[in-house]
Design a protein around this ligand. Structure first.
Ligand SMILES: Nc1ncnc2c1ncn2[C@@H]1O[C@H](COP(=O)(O)OP(=O)(O)O)[C@@H](O)[C@H]1O
Ligand SMILES: [Mg+2]
Length: 509
């Protein structure tokens, strides 16, 4: 993030020149003053390594131009010590013609480029600086996205397993409560257990979103409409001394996204804005359509292609963030807030959701100057809005229909089966999609409902649902886990929806 951020914020590059020879320093300054990039380069000068190391500790630079032979440090040692202190800042070293071997060693120790004194001119100097900065930015972006990918896999994987276990706890717990199987004192304890389990399920949901393993139900619809609906709740969330401004262009701003998750994302961003403005300020939410060139989209996110996007910008006039904070905001559990206030899962959730939707997120902020978070969603120009009916899933009422329950996790399957049987249904069970298909072949009366885990090895629950819907057009589909998100199948054009947040509970048509 840091690299991406500096592209947008700092058109002016700050270069730290470390050079003990006054004549050499003056020459280099002259070169830069007459280079094509003169307008965008600001040079600061230190004469010793000690002074330079001290300076870079407290001041941010875009590049260090480092003479390897200084009065207080020589050769490779100079490069190694600066590399350690400079963090992510790229370094170009300066050497004499007879020291080129040392310069090559410096490259192997992480400096970006070297220049041989005596064969430098204005153009090569400016070009080396520019390339070192840009190459470094690309490398950092790549490293950042690989890092996010790795943490996402870990967080999503743990959350997925954890959610399965929670299902067992909550499933059996709710059965015990409902069927009055526990004595009075035990009941209170059981209620506490269920409450804790529910809270954990909320955390798991956020981690699943971050790990891009949240089951999305994306629909082609207007971004503006979704933002407007979220906007109606915001005044209840923010303090009276925060002015809320919601603006949108009247363009055709459709994208394929999951409605409640975008609302959740806006809530998370608005909460952050509120927390950044304890003294009040302005929270603006804007939606607009933009066309991004290849260069623009890459600058936002290396994985983002050129094209048309719907952008949701959430800006505040609050405390803003420094570079160190910006570099870590998408890390799960990174927070600068009190334990009671922050969970550090707000921005990671937004990040995972936006990326899973095929978009990108960019943050622009400076300490004391507020923050703007932009969410980019691929714009869909031609398609019409998907027509769906959302309803609350509600509680299961007993019936005598036949239900096929499929889950590869035996304990989850047993809870679901137990629940459904108790509710009066006829239940067939399978521990894999293959087994499910085999059962269906031998079963001759129609199936009324499929209850399936969405994530299973081999063919997943959604593919199974599509297949079975062709055989039984009237069949409903519930994806597990229950209580988290429930959908019907695309084939039947009926959509049951139950979200944890309640944000999507209103029936829309
Ligand atoms: N609009 C903002 N202004 C200033 N700082 C912000 C803003 N949004 C996020 N941050 C910083 O990013 C951190 C992580 O945010 P988030 O993931 O939402 O977790 P949390 O809000 O629980 O701390 C916050 O603790 C805060 O330091
Ligand atoms: Mg937050």
């Amino acid at each position: 993030m840091r690299g991406r951020h500096s592209i947008m914020n700092e058109l002016v590059r700050k270069v730290l020149l470390v050079e003990d020879n006054a004549a050499d320093a003056a020459l280099l300054e002259d070169y830069l003053a007459f280079s094509p990039q003169a307008q965008t380069l600001r040079l600061q000068h230190e004469q010793t390594l000690e002074a330079a190391l001290h300076r870079i500790e407290s001041e941010a630079f875009d590049l260090v131009l480092l003479d390897l032979n200084l009065t207080d440090s020589q050769n490779l040692n100079t490069a190694i010590r600066m590399r350690k202190a400079a963090g992510d800042t790229p370094i170009v070293v300066l050497t004499g013609i007879e020291d080129e071997a040392v310069a090559v060693q410096a490259l192997q120790n992480g400096v970006q480029d070297y220049l041989v004194k005596g064969s430098i001119d204005a153009r090569t100097l400016a070009r080396s600086i520019r390339y070192a900065i840009e190459r470094n930015q690309v490398e950092m972006q790549l490293r950042q996205s690989q890092r996010m990918e790795a943490i996402g896999l870990l967080a999503g994987g743990v959350a997925h397993d954890f959610r399965n276990q929670l299902q067992v706890i909550m499933g059996f717990g709710e059965m015990l409560l409902r069927d009055d199987l526990v004595k009075k004192e035990g009941r209170t304890m059981l209620e506490q257990i269920l409450k804790a389990a529910k809270r954990s399920a909320t955390t798991t949901g956020k981690l699943l979103a971050y790990g891009r393993r949240e089951m999305l139900h994306p629909i082609v619809q207007s971004v503006r409409d979704c933002v407007a609906e979220a906007g109606t709740v915001l005044p209840h969330m923010i303090d009276a001394d925060i002015r809320l401004v919601i603006q949108s262009s009247n363009e055709d701003d459709k994208s394929r996204f999951d409605w409640p998750l975008l609302q959740q994302a806006i809530m998370n961003l608005a909460t952050n804005a509120r927390d950044a403005m304890p003294e009040g300020g302005t929270l603006s939410i804007e939606t607009a359509c933009v066309t991004l060139s290849e260069a623009q989209s890459r600058q936002i996110d290396p994985e983002l292609a050129a094209g048309q996007y719907v952008v949701v910008s959430v800006s505040d006039t609050g405390s803003g963030m420094d570079k160190a904070t910006l570099a870590r905001v998408f890390d799960p559990y990174f927070t600068t807030k009190d334990v009671s206030k922050g969970s550090g899962l707000g921005l990671p959730m937004v990040y995972g959701f936006v990326k899973q939707t095929g978009g990108a997120i960019a943050i622009q902020s400076e300490p004391g100057h507020g923050a703007t978070v932009r969410l980019y969603f691929p714009r869909i120009v031609s398609a019409s809005v998907d027509s769906v009916v959302r309803q609350d899933a509600g509680a299961l009422h007993g019936g005598n229909e036949t239900i096929l329950a499929v889950d590869d996790e035996a304990s989850v399957l047993s809870v679901a089966t137990e629940l459904l049987r108790k509710a009066g249904y006829r239940v067939l069970t399978a521990s894999s999609t293959e087994e499910a298909l085999a059962i269906v072949e031998q079963h001759d009366s129609p199936l009324d409902l499929l209850v399936a885990d969405i994530v299973m090895p081999g063919m997943n629950g959604a593919v199974l649902a599509e297949r079975l819907c062709r055989l039984y057009p009237g069949m409903g589909v519930l994806y597990m886990p229950p209580g988290e998100r429930v959908f019907a199948c695309r084939q039947c054009h009926r959509l049951l929806y139950a979200s944890q947040t309640g944000a999507g509970k209103a029936a829309r048509s």
